[in-house]
Ligand binder design. Structure first.
Ligand code: PLP
Length: 395
C-alpha cells in the first residue's frame, strides 16, 4: 500500500463525510446550486469586518521592512501582548504576552498542545457530541481518545461521568464552548465544579490533568450570554482558539493558544509548546495575519446575522416537530433525528435536496447537525423542503 495502514483506516472511517460532499456536488449539477440546500460545512458565509479590510489595505500601501520574514516561533510580541490584554480583562488577573503563542488556527493550536503534553498511550477525554478531528489530533501525538457523553438532553457537562472516566493515564480533557455541534455554552458554575473535581483528582493521582478549552466560537454568542473565561475556573487550563469564525478568516490559518498563568510550571509548558509549534513544521503563524489580528482583538463579524439565522431555523423547525436544544452560541443546530438511524435520515433529507451531517460523525448517533453559517435566502428557500422532509420522516 502506498500509504500507512493507519491513515488508510482513518480515511475509510471518515469517508462518508467525503461521500456526502461528492453526492452534494452531483445534486448541484443535476438540480442547480440554488435548489440544493447545503447545511454541511462550518465555513462562514460572511466577509471579515470592515476594519480588517482597512488594516489590510493600510499595510499593503505602507509595507514594513522585513514584514515577511521569520519571527520568534511564538509570534510577534505586539500581537501576543494584544491577545494577552483582552484575556487578562476576561480572567480578572494578569495574563502576559509570555502566556500566548500565535498558531496556525485552532487546529494548529490543538496539535501543538497535544504534542507538548502527551506521552505515548496517555488518555484524552473528549465529550460527545464532539468535533470529529479531536480523535485524529490525539492520535497524531500517540494519545488515546476516551469518549464521555455530555447530558443527553441538555448537552451540558456531566461531571460525574467525566470523573468516572479519569485514570492514571488521563492527561487532558478537551471542552468546546460554545460547542460544535450543539451550540451550548457551559456556565461558570459547571466549570467551577469541573475545576474543583480536577484539582481533587490531580492531588489524588499526583499528576497534572489539563482542560484544553477549544473556543473558536467564543465571540459568537446570543441573547446577552457570555462564555466564562476558563482561567477563572480551572487552574490547569489552556485556551486554544482562532479567528476562523469570529473574524471569518478560516483560510488564513490564524489563531492562538494561551496557558493559564496560574497553572503549575506554566513556563515549562510554554517552552514545550513553542518548541512543538516549531517542530510540527508550523514554525510560526502567518506573519501578515498576526499584524492584522493584533488590531482586531475586540472586533467580530456581525453576530446578529447569525442570531437571525438561528431563530429562523429554530422557530420553523421546532414548529414542524423537530426537537433540539436552542443554541446559545456558535452556528450549529443539533436536533434529534426523527428516524432512529440518523444516517438513514440524512439520506432521506438528501432526497429533499437538504444536505446534513449525521450525528454519528460527532460520536452521537441519533442526531444530525445543521450548519447555519449560510446565506439567509437559502435558509428561507429551504423551508418548504424541510416541511416535506418532516412529513416524510413521520413528524
Ligand atoms: N475546533 C472546533 C470546535 C471547530 O469547529 C473548528 C473548525 O471548524 C476548529 C477547532 C478548527 O478551526 P481552525 O480553522 O481555527 O483550525
Amino acid at each position: 500500500m502506498p500509504i500507512a495502514t493507519k491513515i488508510a483506516g482513518h480515511i475509510a472511517k471518515s469517508s462518508w463525510i467525503r461521500k456526502m460532499f461528492e453526492e452534494g456536488e452531483q445534486l448541484r449539477q443535476v438540480h442547480g446550486a440554488d435548489n440544493v440546500f447545503d447545511f454541511t460545512i462550518g465555513n462562514p458565509d460572511t466577509e471579515p469586518p470592515a476594519q480588517f479590510q482597512q488594516e489590510f489595505l493600510e499595510l499593503a500601501h505602507r509595507p514594513i521592512t522585513g514584514m515577511h520574514r521569520y519571527m520568534s516561533n511564538a509570534g510577534y510580541q505586539e500581537t501576543r501582548a494584544a491577545v494577552a490584554e483582552v484575556l487578562a480583562e476576561a480572567a480578572g488577573f494578569p495574563v502576559g504576552a509570555e502566556h500566548v503563542i500565535m498558531t496556525c488556527g485552532a487546529g494548529g493550536a490543538l496539535n501543538v498542545v497535544l504534542k507538548t503534553i502527551l506521552n505515548p498511550g496517555e488518555e484524552v477525554i473528549i465529550l460527545a457530541p464532539y468535533f470529529v478531528e479531536y480523535k485524529f489530533y490525539i492520535d497524531n501525538h500517540g494519545g488515546v481518545p476516551k469518549e464521555v457523553w455530555t447530558d443527553r438532553t441538555t448537552f451540558q457537562l456531566d461531571i460525574a461521568a467525566i470523573e468516572a472516566a479519569i485514570t492514571r493515564k488521563t492527561r487532558a480533557i478537551i471542552i468546546c464552548s460554545p460547542n460544535n455541534p450543539t451550540g451550548v455554552i457551559y456556565p461558570a458554575a459547571s466549570l467551577d465544579e469541573l475545576g474543583a473535581m480536577l484539582a481533587r483528582k490531580e492531588q489524588e493521582l499526583d499528576r497534572q490533568i489539563y482542560v484544553i478549552s477549544d473556543e473558536p466560537y467564543a465571540r459568537i454568542v446570543y441573547d446577552g450570554k457570555e462564555v466564562p473565561n476558563i482561567f477563572r475556573h480551572v487552574r490547569s487550563s489552556i485556551i486554544v482558539t482562532s479567528h476562523s469564525k469570529d473574524l471569518a478568516l478560516p483560510g488564513e490559518r490564524i489563531g492562538y493558544l494561551a496557558a493559564n498563568p496560574r497553572a503549575h510550571k506554566v513556563e515549562q509548558f510554554m517552552e514545550g509548546a513553542i518548541f512543538s509549534n516549531r517542530v510540527l513544521g508550523f514554525v510560526n503563524a502567518p506573519a501578515l495575519m498576526q499584524r492584522l489580528v493584533a488590531k482586531l482583538q475586540r472586533a467580530s463579524v456581525d453576530i446578529d446575522l447569525y442570531r437571525q439565522k438561528r431563530d429562523l431555523l429554530y422557530d420553523n423547525l421546532t414548529a414542524m416537530g423537530f426537537e433540539m436544544v436552542k443554541p446559545d452560541g456558535a452556528f450549529y443546530l443539533f436536533p434529534k433525528s426523527p428516524l432512529a438511524d440518523d444516517i438513514e435520515f440524512v439520506k432521506l433529507a438528501q432526497q429533499h435536496l437538504i444536505l446534513l451531517v449525521p450525528g454519528a460523525g460527532f460520536g452521537a448517533p441519533g442526531y444530525f447537525r445543521i450548519a447555519y453559517c449560510v446565506d439567509k435566502g437559502m435558509i428561507e428557500r429551504s423551508l418548504p423542503a424541510w416541511r416535506e422532509l418532516a412529513r416524510a420522516a413521520g413528524l
